[in-house]
Ligand binder design. Structure first.
Ligand code: FA5
Length: 340
C-alpha cells in the first residue's frame, strides 16, 4: 500500500477509536507484529538500495507520527474514562481556602511607627530584653538609692545580687547605642518591656514601647525640634489633624522633662470617655537628654545636646483602633484578633 495513504487511513482509524480497546486494535492493525506498517518496514530490505533509502526514511517517520498520535488519543480516552468513573469529583466545586494568618495589631502599629520615623531619617535599633542594672538604671542617672527607682517595680532575675533584670523601659538602648556610635544620631527603639505591677484596662506587666533619641551639636536640637518631629509622627500615625501639648514632668534621665498629651483622636478634643471628658490623652514621656546621661557614654554635654522620648505602643494601638482594654492584645482571643 502507498505509505501516504496508509498514514491517512491510520489517522482516521485512530481518531474514530472510541475506547482503549478499540485503540489497541488500531495499534495492532498498523504497528502490531503483523501490522500493515510493520510489514512494509520488514519488506524494505528487498527493495533496491535507492528506493530502500527513501521508502525507509518515510516509513520510519510515519511510524513515529502514528505512535505519537496513538499516545495522544490514549491520554484523551484515559481522561474521559477517569471522569466517568469518578462522578463524585466535581471540578467546578469551589476549593477549600486555607485559613491565612494575619498580623497582630501591635505588629501593625510597630510597622507604622517604624515607617513614619524612617521617613524622617531615623534608624531602627534593638536592644536586649534582659538588662543589667547599669544600663536600665545607673547609666540613666538613676543611682542605687535614688527614689526614682520606685517608679518601676522591677522583675529581678537574680534577686540575691540584683544584677540582671527584665528591662523596665526601652531607654537602656539609648546608652548601648551611644556607647558605640558617635553623634549626630537619630534612632528609634521599638521593643518589649516588663513591669511588676497590677494589671488593669490600661496597664500590663508586659507591653511595648518605642524609644526615640536624637543628638547633635549643642544648640542644633531643641525642644522645638522635638515638638515638630512628634507632631509629624502623630499626624502620620493617626492620619488625622492632631494637637499636642507639653506638660512639665520628671524623669531622671532628662532635663527639662515633660509628658506629652495628644488631642483626643476619638472626639477630636470635644471630650469623651476615652479622654475622661478632658479632650486630651496622656501618651508619651520625653525631655532633653540629661548631661549626666551624656557623660555616662563619654559625650561632653558642653558640645552635644538632644532629646529623647518613650511612648507606649499598646496605648497608641488602643487609641488608633479604639480598644478599651490593653489585656485584649495578649489574650489570644480570635474574636478580637480577627478584626485586624
Ligand atoms: C518611661 O518609661 C520613660 N523611659 C519614657 C521616657 C523616655 C521619658 C525618654 C523621657 C525620655 P513611662 O513610665 O511614663 O516613661 O512610660 C512611657 C509610656 O509607656 C507611657 O506614657 C505609657 O504610654 C506606657 N506605659 C507605661 N506603663 C504602662 C503599662 N503598665 N502598660 C502599658 N503601657 C504603659
Amino acid at each position: 500500500m502507498d505509505l501516504k495513504k496508509l498514514k491517512i487511513t491510520a489517522q482516521k482509524d485512530i481518531k474514530s477509536a472510541q475506547n482503549l480497546a478499540e485503540l489497541n486494535n488500531v495499534f495492532k492493525k498498523y504497528l502490531g507484529k503483523k501490522g500493515e506498517l510493520t510489514r512494509i518496514l520488514r519488506s524494505l530490505k528487498d527493495l533496491p538500495i535507492k528506493k530502500r533509502k527513501t521508502q525507509g526514511k518515510l516509513a520510519n517517520q510515519i511510524k513515529k507520527d502514528l505512535e505519537l498520535i496513538i499516545q495522544e488519543r490514549k491520554d484523551k480516552l484515559q481522561d474521559a474514562k477517569y471522569k466517568i468513573q469518578n462522578t463524585d469529583f466535581d471540578i467546578t466545586a469551589p476549593g477549600k481556602s486555607p485559613v491565612l494568618g494575619h498580623l497582630h495589631p501591635l505588629t501593625l502599629v510597630r510597622r507604622k511607627v517604624a515607617e513614619i520615623f524612617q521617613s524622617m531619617g531615623f534608624t531602627i535599633v534593638q536592644g536586649p530584653e534582659v538588662e543589667t542594672e547599669w544600663y536600665n538604671f545607673d547609666a540613666l542617672n538613676i543611682p542605687k538609692e535614688h527614689p526614682a527607682r520606685d517608679l518601676w517595680d522591677t522583675f529581678w532575675l537574680k534577686p540575691k545580687n540584683k544584677k540582671l533584670l527584665l528591662r523596665t523601659h526601652t531607654s537602656p538602648v539609648q546608652i548601648r547605642y551611644m556607647e558605640k556610635n558617635q553623634p549626630p544620631l537619630r534612632i528609634i527603639v521599638p521593643g518589649r518591656i516588663f513591669r511588676h505591677e497590677a494589671t488593669d484596662a490600661s496597664h500590663e506587666i508586659n507591653f511595648y514601647q518605642v524609644e526615640g533619641l536624637m543628638i547633635d551639636k549643642k544648640g542644633k536640637i531643641t525642644v522645638a525640634n522635638f515638638k515638630a518631629i512628634i507632631d509629624e509622627f502623630f499626624k502620620g500615625f493617626f492620619e488625622k489633624q492632631t494637637k499636642i501639648r507639653l506638660r512639665p514632668s520628671y524623669f531622671p534621665f532628662v532635663e527639662p522633662g515633660f509628658e506629652i498629651d495628644i488631642s483626643c483622636v476619638n472626639c477630636l478634643g470635644k471630650g469623651c470617655s476615652v479622654c475622661a471628658q478632658t479632650g486630651w490623652v496622656e501618651i508619651l514621656g520625653a525631655g532633653m537628654v540629661h548631661p549626666n546621661v551624656l557623660k555616662a557614654v563619654g559625650l561632653n554635654p558642653k558640645f552635644w545636646q538632644g532629646f529623647a522620648f518613650g511612648v507606649g505602643m499598646d496605648r497608641l494601638a488602643m487609641l488608633k483602633y479604639k480598644i478599651n482594654d490593653i489585656r485584649l492584645f495578649y489574650s489570644n482571643d480570635l474574636r478580637f484578633l480577627q478584626q485586624f
